[in-house]
Write a protein that binds this ligand. Structure first.
Ligand SMILES: NC(=O)c1ccc[n+]([C@@H]2O[C@H](COP(=O)([O-])OP(=O)(O)OC[C@H]3O[C@@H](n4cnc5c(N)ncnc54)[C@H](OP(=O)(O)O)[C@@H]3O)[C@@H](O)[C@H]2O)c1
Length: 237
């Protein structure tokens, strides 16, 4: 395994894909600023664990201050934190929950990226946004989640164009179903968080702008040929 001195900011680091990313990067010798609302019970070497609600301006400002205080350029920012709510649009709307979902999944990554941009290594840094296959076609039972991921995918493409002049790579990660708390009780043949993290780490190191391991790769290919079929399949996920 290649050793690195990279500094990596990972959001949504307390469990699932984010926690696996923290392990993968520290195993490479990277310094990690790991962010979520809850902190790990025991400190991990080379990890600065930082508690913040990234669905709030205060949380983003606090993380920005902590990143600045770290005093080293950030090599990689991974916007991974996310939440998925099933919402019945025909029933009474829980607007507080909807606001929180949009704030964490879409507004948060946009604001955090802009706030940390001055500290990103240029040339050579990477911004990595974890989107979803539902950015292609919405999952009807999770309409707000689908809208936030489509928005984040669009922001990712626009940012890629703008940051090309600074030689910062902007990457869209499109996971297939991964066995985490978010997908508990649904789906089969899921990728492990460790395999997902490995695909992300490898893809970033290779400078790929789209990382779509496992079934995601096939879905993206088929979507170019049969978008109607893929829309039907994704609507049942
Ligand atoms: N699992 C899949 O199949 C799949 C597929 C496609 C895309 N994705 C995307 O991959 C990313 C990671 O998903 P996952 O499956 O690993 O989810 P997960 O296991 O539910 O973990 C979500 C992470 O986000 C953190 N988080 C939640 N609310 C937060 C907040 N307000 N502020 C800061 N951190 C917060 C959680 O920590 P705390 O609760 O401690 O804050 C946790 O660390 C998400 O963006 C998700 O949409 C997942």
């Amino acid at each position: 395994m290649t050793q690195t001195r990279n500094t990596v900011v990972i959001t949504g680091a307390s469990r699932g894909i984010g926690a696996a990313l923290v392990k993968a990067y520290t195993a490479q010798g990277a310094k990690v600023i790991a962010v979520s609302r809850s902190l790990p019970a025991t400190p991990l070497p080379n990890v600065v664990a930082f508690a913040a609600d990234l669905g709030t301006d205060e949380g983003i400002a606090a993380l920005t201050r902590a990143t600045k205080a770290h005093g080293q350029p950030i090599d990689i920012l991974i916007n991974n934190a996310g939440v998925q709510n099933e919402i019945d649009l025909t029933g009474p709307a829980d607007t507080v929950q909807i606001d929180a979902e949009i704030a964490l999944n879409l507004v948060g990554p946009i604001k955090l990226t802009l706030a940390l941009l001055p500290f990103l290594r240029a040339p050579g840094g990477s911004v990595v946004n974890v989107t979803s296959l539902v950015s292609l076609h919405p999952k009807p039972s999770a309409p707000v989640y689908s809208a936030t991921k489509a928005g984040l995918a669009s922001f990712t493409r626009a940012l890629r164009h703008q940051l090309a002049s600074k030689a910062i790579t902007v990457i869209d990660v499109i996971p297939p179903l991964v066995a985490t708390e978010m997908t508990a009780g649904r789906g089969s043949g899921k990728l492990s968080p460790e395999d997902m993290a490995e695909a992300i780490v490898t893809g970033i190191a290779r400078g790929e702008v789209q990382i779509a391991p496992g079934k995601s790769k096939l879905v993206l290919r088929l979507n170019r040929l049969f978008p109607g079929l893929i829309a039907r399949i994704l609507s049942n996920e």
